[in-house]
Each structure stands twice: as C-alpha cells, then as structure tokens.
Write a protein that binds this ligand. Structure first.
Ligand code: CA
Ligand code: CA
Ligand code: CA
Length: 149
C-alpha cells in the first residue's frame, strides 16, 4: 500500500490507491488518517512514531499519551491489583499493561524468579491496555509480562 502510493505520487502512475490528502488514507499505517495527523494531532503522516519514543502515534493516542512528546510514553511495567478472600488470602490477581500494535505479549509465573512457566501465550498487542484476571494456586507467586517483536 505504502510503496504503491509512492509510485503514484512520484512517477505520475495511474494507479489509484489513495492521495496523500485523501480523507481515508493512512500513509504510515499507524492507525491515524493523514488529514488528522496534519490538522489535529500535529504528527508526521510519513512516520509511525513521530517522537521516536518507541510507541506508534496511533497507539499513543489510543492509550492517552502525547505522540509528539518523547517524554510522554505508556508505562512498560504491568499494573497489578488483588482480589482477596474474606480471610484475607489472595484469591486472584488482576494484571493490566499497555501494548504496542504488532507486538506479542506473554504472561509468565514463577515461584523462585528462576524457573518461569507460561500462564498465557501470544497475546496480540493492539495499542491499548490489556487486562487479565489470574487465578493463583499459590499466594507467593511472581508474575511478569514479556513483550516480543
Ligand atoms: Ca497515519
Ligand atoms: Ca511515539
Ligand atoms: Ca510520546
């Protein structure tokens, strides 16, 4: 899509896949329309990650961060909250974390921080917060979220 549009622009080809000012066109495929990037978000319509902080413009907007400020980035660390039994014991653990589009995430557990086993595999990032409720067998358990390309 992107390379076709460049051919169209630079060489006057008759291929019509969308003009850069087309209201429905997203040249850099970051989830924001060119027209919105130029007029509203002030981001670069040719660059997925306008401020170079590692998060695509569309993901930053969806997650509530600023795509033109590299200091404004979603927290990588997962957030945890607990649900307790009436006797105070841990019943379940809620984990939520910000995800990047086109990355995958794994939730893993460990008792000793050495041996890790997978609780959930291949969670597809989508530029939004993902939340999971984890049922724990053991009250003493380490949980981590791993991101892969
Ligand atoms: Ca775009
Ligand atoms: Ca960014
Ligand atoms: Ca940013």
């Amino acid at each position: 899509m992107l390379s076709l549009s460049r051919v169209n622009l630079n060489e006057g080809s008759l291929l019509s896949v969308g003009k850069p000012d087309d209201r429905s066109f997203d040249r850099d495929n970051d989830g924001l329309l060119d027209s919105d990037e130029l007029a509203y978000f002030r981001t670069n319509p040719d660059l997925k990650d306008s401020d170079g902080d590692g998060w695509d413009d569309g993901d930053e907007i969806r997650l509530g961060y600023i795509p033109t400020k590299s200091q404004s980035i979603p927290a990588i660390e997962p957030r945890f909250s607990t649900v307790r039994r009436p006797n105070g014991g841990l019943r379940s653990l809620k984990v939520s974390f910000a995800t990047r589009s086109s990355r995958t995430y794994h939730i893993e557990q460990s008792k000793d921080l050495i041996n890790w086993s997978i609780l959930e595999n291949e969670i597809i990032g989508a530029g939004k917060m993902i939340t999971r409720q984890l049922l724990l067998q053991d009250d003493k358990m380490f949980i981590r979220v791993r991101e892969e390309q």
